[in-house]
Design a protein around this ligand. Structure first.
Ligand code: COI
Length: 407
């Protein structure tokens, strides 16, 4: 490899590294990525000095940043669901035989991808979402992280990718959360959203699985997902676009599922709705899910939700709410739920890691608007929201065994 190419690789990665270090540590180091040594008589000597200097810097700043807990200058009360860049990301590669090597924490920043990588060309990629909460006593709680690891393994199998083991996944999540501990909002002010990614990074041109993969985790402090906050959201039932088809990938967390809903969501938002509710693509009359979350319909003591059979994402919050509601004496049914039932429901709510439990204030279908909960939060939605979040935040004893304490 030509020295200039090697140097530019080193310089771009360490340029990003130093930029990240300088922003997180307040140091004033700058680095020029345009320096060329190929014509210098001592080019190999220069390169080796540069390389060892870079390694020393990297080790120094990584250690320093981990040791230096600086106060985060954020208004915790106005957190929404947007990217706030934090200090570190976790990075792990698979070799061409599909096994993942030891991962490492790197300063948060851009990554290099081959233009012909499988994820950029054919969407071979998955993501996950989970949260860490800070308790009043300063300890940190993760909510059911092994469920995310297992879902990633099953999604990876569907789109022909190797996946980290449950142990590798959990270790990576813990390391990333602890390294970014200062970004976890104070108790009651929000959570640290954890975003694991698994993508085909190896180059392809014909349609085949990549030979190499990247597993990456980044995190961001978040508050409420919808701009409505905890107030009920307004959904419109989509008649033309569908989110998933039988035999497709609706049941896994592949990145393409989320790109495909953007158009309907954009149109709905332009009309003032919070989000879109999808119908099944075969009969066009059974509920599927909203763009970013699962849906539940309440009628009397019965709570129904579409069965997670292929086209529905098996949400971890969905699964948890089913168990919490059952333990409270509700009859929970996982089955086909028709759009007519939705219109006759007492209450409707959505669930997801990002949205938690979000009450629905109105649904519009074929031009007809149905309202729930007298513009307030329904009793059942409120009860389930309180029970789940109390568990997640460690406000009540974890009788379900769902939380994992980090410190
Ligand atoms: C989540 O709830 O964690 C998701 O992955 C949905 C995403 C659109 C924010």
């Amino acid at each position: 490899m030509a020295i200039s190419v090697m140097l530019s690789k080193l310089s771009s990665s360490y340029g990003a590294f130093l930029a990240a270090s300088s922003s997180s540590l307040g140091s004033r180091i700058s680095f020029s990525s345009s320096y060329k040594v190929e014509s210098h008589p001592n080019s190999s000597l220069l390169l080796s000095h540069f390389s060892s200097w870079s390694k020393t810097c990297k080790a120094y700043f990584s250690k320093k940043a981990l040791e230096t807990p600086k106060i985060v200058d954020l208004d915790w009360d106005s957190l929404g669901f947007g990217l706030v860049e934090t200090d570190f990301m976790y990075f792990m590669r698979s070799s061409s035989d599909g096994t993942f090597s030891k991962g490492e924490l790197l300063p948060f920043g851009p990554i290099q991808l081959n233009p012909s990588s499988a994820v950029l060309n054919y969407g071979q990629g998955l993501f996950e979402g989970l949260k860490a909460y800070r308790k009043e006593d300063g300890s940190i709680l993760l909510f059911r992280p092994e469920e995310n690891a297992l879902r990633m393994i099953s999604g990876a199998e569907r789109i022909c990718m190797p996946a980290p083991t449950v142990e590798q996944f959990l270790d990576a999540v813990k390391q990333t959360v602890l390294a970014n501990k200062r970004w976890i909002p104070p108790a009651g002010k929000g959570s640290l959203y954890i975003r694991p990614l698994l993508v085909g990074s190896g180059p392809v041109l014909s349609l085949v699985p990549a030979s190499e993969y990247i597993f990456l985790i980044y995190v961001a402090p978040v508050g409420n997902y919808f701009k409505e906050g905890l107030a009920p959201i307004n959904l419109i039932v989509e008649e033309g676009y569908h989110r998933a088809t039988p035999g497709g990938t609706g049941g896994i967390k592949t990145i393409g599922n989320y790109a495909s809903v953007l158009k309907a969501q954009k149109i709905a938002k332009e009309k003032g709705y919070s989000d879109v509710l999808y119908l099944d693509s075969v009969h066009k009359k059974y509920l599927e899910e909203a763009s970013s979350c699962n849906v539940f319909v309440v009628k009397g003591n019965v709570i129904s939700t579409p069965a997670a059979k292929g086209t529905i994402l098996p949400g971890i919050t969905r699964k948890s709410i089913i168990d919490v509601a059952t333990s409270k004496g509700y009859q929970v049914e996982e089955r086909l739920v028709s759009v007519e039932e939705l219109l006759e429901a007492d209450e409707v709510f959505c669930t997801g890691t990002a949205v938690v439990v979000s009450p629905v204030g109105s649904i519009t279908y074929l031009g007809k608007r149905v309202e729930y909960g007298n513009k307030g939060v329904g009793v059942v939605s409120q009860e389930l929201y309180s029970s789940l979040t109390s568990l997640q935040m460690g406000l009540v004893p974890d009788t379900m065994g769902w939380t994992m304490q980090l410190q």
